[in-house]
Design a protein around this ligand. Structure first.
Ligand SMILES: [Zn+2]
Length: 466
């Protein structure tokens, strides 16, 4: 972990042998998960938390593929994206792994991005975070507030936040403890490299990305990439990586189309809308243009309000729509030009082809609502919730459908379910109260509302106890 292990939680106090998964600390996996959820609760409401279903779906698919090849394939992981142009990624307690948009944008190929993720995953599977939090018991580190400040500040350019982080860091006497951090880094490199290779990516991706960062850091020392500032990359580490790589078989990995599309999507959403538009316009007109650059061009054009250019550029994209991301884009274009019926036809065909792709299902519900077919939207969401029962996006869409149909109590209950899944009990209780007051709830709805309220109150009581 780039930021938490490397800066915010330096290890100390006892020898950390290279033991991996079997070396559980006194901090249980459940406690670690609880700590992670608390931090995520704050990150999810941060303005830079990227609420983009397609990019999030992609990073979770990539992450899950790596976790499956890791030493702890059954552990809980959740990957999320933070809107931040600096090149960085970080792991939090409980398997929550954050990726900066700057990292996705800067990765030259999918194996490079997978390499950084594999390193982060290894910090979790090797219990580095748990060991460090454990060793800090009783100190300021166990204070959630300090932890959250350090995490948010370390990836922020806000000088006041950075000041707060420095103060926290000093309080934790970071300087004298970096040795153990290096051990963690080396172990994360070693385990991460194996995971990367075992999941079918090119293991050289990890080394090439780190090398490029190092070269960049030498050129611009004052503006070294965030990854280097928070994550000491030593020449010893590089040499270790190269040695291990020498013993591995070279393996070519072709980038998935979705990787290329997500990278273009992220690049098209960065910086000023006009700049992104001009950048992709030039790229799409050049000889190297491919489906990913054309896709980025459409996204940038829509963002800049250039609908005609977007529609024209889309015409040059792959008509077979070889990725569900192209299907949602095709539908979005129709929705933005007030053609919900056409959008629905595209989405219906897309759902038949990519039935497991959740963002497509979300877009379908949006299109049904835009077409004034809230009853069908509700039926579709209800059916999908039978398969994806923990999907907070579906509960949000269920709430929208209910409200469009005037079913107020059910709408608030659905909104409450979404808050419960996001670990936001206060907001959930508020919605449950609104559901009670709505006055149109039937017996069944109201009994679920009461049961949820009871559960939340019991949980509140439990968590108050030390
Ligand atoms: Zn690290």
């Amino acid at each position: 972990m780039i930021l938490v292990v490397c800066t915010a939680f330096p290890a100390r106090a006892y020898e950390l042998p290279d033991l991996g998964e079997s070396a559980r600390t006194t901090m249980s996996e459940a406690q670690e998960g609880q700590l992670g959820r608390e931090i995520m609760r704050q990150i999810r409401v941060d303005k830079d938390f990227l609420d983009d279903a397609e990019a999030t779906e992609y990073i979770n698919r990539l992450g899950r593929q790596l976790v499956a090849a890791s030493p702890a394939p059954y552990r809980h992981f959740e990957f999320f994206i933070v809107r931040d142009p600096s090149i960085n990624a970080f792991a939090l307690p409980g398997g929550y792994v954050g990726v900066h948009t700057g990292l996705i944008s800067a990765a030259r190929n999918e194996s490079e991005l997978a390499g950084v993720l594999a390193h982060e995953i290894s910090h979790v599977t090797q219990n580095h975070i748990a060991r460090i939090v454990d060793s800090q018991k009783g100190s300021a580190l166990t204070s959630l507030a300090a932890l959250a400040i350090a995490i948010l500040a370390a990836r922020s350019d806000n000088p006041q936040m950075a000041q707060a982080a420095i103060a926290t860091a000093q309080a934790m006497q970071i300087q004298s403890q970096l040795d153990y951090t290096r051990e963690h880094e080396k172990e994360a490199d070693r385990v991460g490299l194996q995971t990367l290779a075992d999941s079918g990516y090119d293991p050289a991706g990890m080394a090439s990305f780190f090398e490029r960062l190092l070269a960049k850091g030498r050129l611009y020392q004052s503006e070294a990439p965030a990854y280097l500032r928070t994550h000491p990359l030593t020449h010893e580490r590089m040499a270790d990586l190269q040695n291990r790589l020498g013993e591995m078989k070279y393996r070519q990995h072709a980038d998935s189309l979705d990787f290329q599309l997500v990278r273009a999507r992220v690049q098209a959403s960065e910086g000023e809308a006009a700049d992104a538009y001009n950048y992709f316009k030039a790229l799409a007109g050049s000889r190297q243009s491919d489906d990913a650059t054309r896709y980025g061009y459409v996204i940038a054009a829509l963002r800049a309000g250039e609908r005609d250019a977007a529609t024209k550029a889309f015409g040059k994209l792959d008509p077979d729509l070889a990725s569900p991301m192209l299907v949602t884009l095709a539908a979005r274009l129709r929705l933005e030009t007030n053609q919900p019926v056409k959008a629905l036809a595209i989405l219906k065909a897309g759902l038949a082809k990519y039935s497991g792709y959740r963002p497509l299902a979300y877009t379908y519900v949006h299109a049904l609502l835009a077409a004034g077919r809230a009853d069908e939207a509700r039926a579709f969401v209800t059916e999908r919730l039978r398969i994806w029962e923990d999907d907070q996006n579906l509960f949000r869409l269920l709430a929208e459908s209910d409200h469009a149909l005037g079913r107020r109590a059910e709408g608030h209950l659905a909104q409450a379910e979404a808050h419960i899944l996001l670990d936001q009990p206060a907001q959930a209780m508020e919605q449950l109260q609104l559901a009670r007051q709505a006055g149109d709830g039937d017996f069944y709805t109201l009994s679920v509302v009461d049961a949820r309220l009871r559960e939340l109150r019991e949980r509140e009581q439990r968590e108050k106890k030390p």
